[in-house]
Each structure stands twice: as C-alpha cells, then as structure tokens.
Design a binder for this molecule. Structure first.
Ligand code: PXP
Length: 244
C-alpha cells in the first residue's frame, strides 16, 4: 500500500502573502491527517518564504502520523532539525532564486560532506531520505551513505511536453526504482505530481511513498482540503492495483 505524504508548504505561502496568522499550516496538517494521509511534509527553506520555525516545532508536537522535514544540508537548518527531531528528514538542494526545488541533490558530488550530515540524523534515529534524480550514479552514492530511502525527483516526468517525453522519463524512473530496490533502498517519489500524472507513478516498481503538495493545495481551494486529500488517496488506491 503506497503511503501519501502531503506537503503543506503552500498553505504557509498563502499565509505569508499577508504575513498574518491564517491559513495555518498546522491546522492544515490536522485536516490532511483526518483525510487519511500517512505523513506531513514541510520544507523549512533558508529564506523562510513559506514555512517558519514556529510551524516546524508546532507540527512536531501536533502531527499524529509522521513529520517529514525537507531541508537543505546547511548548518543552521541542521541545527534546527536536530532540535525539532522529525521522524524523517529529506535532504534537498536549495537555491535562493528558484521558485521551487529544481533538480535532485548531487549526492555523488557532495559525498564527503553529506556523510556527516546523514550520520548526525541517523545517530538520533531520524530516518534519512535523499531527493535525487533517477540516475545510477546518485543511487549508488545514496546506497554508500546507507540512507533509508531515496525520493526520485519526478519533475522532469511531470513537465514532459508530450507522451513520448513522458514515457521516456517514466522509463528512467522505472529503471532507477529497480536499481534502488535491488540494493536495498526504499523508493519514494515526488515533485510536480498531480491527479493525472500520478496514475502511472503508482505502478513504479516497489514504490512506497509519494510526497505531493502543490496539486493537492490547489485543488483544496475549490473542493476543500479534506476532500482534496481523499481524492488523491482514492486515485492512488485505484492505480496501485495491478489489474486496473
Ligand atoms: N518532494 C520534495 C523533495 C520536494 O522538494 C517537493 C516540493 O517541495 C515535493 C515533494 C512536493 O512537490 P509538489 O509541491 O510539486 O507536489
């Protein structure tokens, strides 16, 4: 059964537009949990454009499922993460000028720096996931770091311009999932997934967790958040079945 992690960053984006108190991402997290999601995901960015420190500490207190903190492997954020003690951290690359996370983490290129970061979380029993491109070099480096899982960046798949491009990217994801599974890594995926393109992704070999934010929060404007999460969960349940 594939798990759904809901990323609530964009509830905070809306709040920050007025720098007020609403909508509160903590309240959103509780609604997502009521709808049946399996974890809450948030990204404490260095520029604090959406999620704030207060949110992360409160989320850890309030979330009843699991808190997955997405973060850059930077010293100040690592310090906060070790105080918050989320159930899982997902290490992502971060550039200040980007609109959202662009591309996966270069694990192979930053191996010696990441080893200390990964070990500092693992020594506190925090699961570590690495957000990577579906590439052999990155998967092997993640394996050497002995992390729990890899989250494949589905952005290129989601942004493919036509069916041919989408099939090509899906194939890359599929092969990467096979390789990761064969060397004992858990396989997660996320970024740019919506109510249509998520369907084939539910059939990726061994896929255990999908982390989805933007499309769910967007749909919530029209349907309400609880319904938007329920709709995504129903789709996942339908398409993960082998015979549909
Ligand atoms: N997974 C990771 C590692 C991400 O960085 C993001 C974006 O914050 C997501 C999943 C969710 O992406 P989206 O908001 O496009 O669904």
């Amino acid at each position: 059964m594939i798990r759904l992690g809901v990323n609530i960053d964009h509830v905070a984006t809306l709040r920050q537009a007025r720098k007020g108190r609403t909508p509160d991402p903590v309240e959103a997290a509780l609604v997502c949990e009521k709808a049946g999601c399996h974890s809450i995901v948030c990204h404490l960015r260095e520029d604090r454009r959406h999620i704030q420190d207060r949110d992360v500490f409160l989320l850890k207190e309030m979330v009843k499922t699991r808190l997955n903190l997405e973060m850059a492997a930077s010293e100040p954020i690592i310090k906060i993460a070790l105080q918050v003690m989320p159930h899982q951290v997902t290490l992502v690359p971060e550039k200040r000028e980007e609109l959202t996370t662009e591309g996966g983490l270069d694990v192979a290129g930053q191996y010696s720096r990441l080893i200390n970061v990964v070990n500092s979380f693992k020594s506190k029993n925090i699961d570590v996931s690495l957000f990577i491109e579906p590439e052999e070099k990155q998967i092997q480096a993640a394996h050497q770091l002995q992390v729990n899982s890899v989250e494949f960046h589905t952005g290129r798949y989601a942004e493919a311009e036509d069916d041919v491009g989408m099939a090509y990217e899906f194939n890359r994801l599929s092969q990467a999932a096979e390789l990761a599974l064969s060397i004992g890594l858990k396989v997660f995926a996320g970024h740019g997934l919506d109510y249509l393109n998520v369907r084939p992704i539910c059939r990726l070999p061994g896929i255990e967790e999908l982390n989805i934010g933007y499309s769910i929060i967007s749909r919530a404007v029209f349907s309400g958040l609880e319904q938007a999460v329920r709709d995504m969960l129903s789709l996942i349940r339908l398409y993960e079945k082998k015979d549909t």
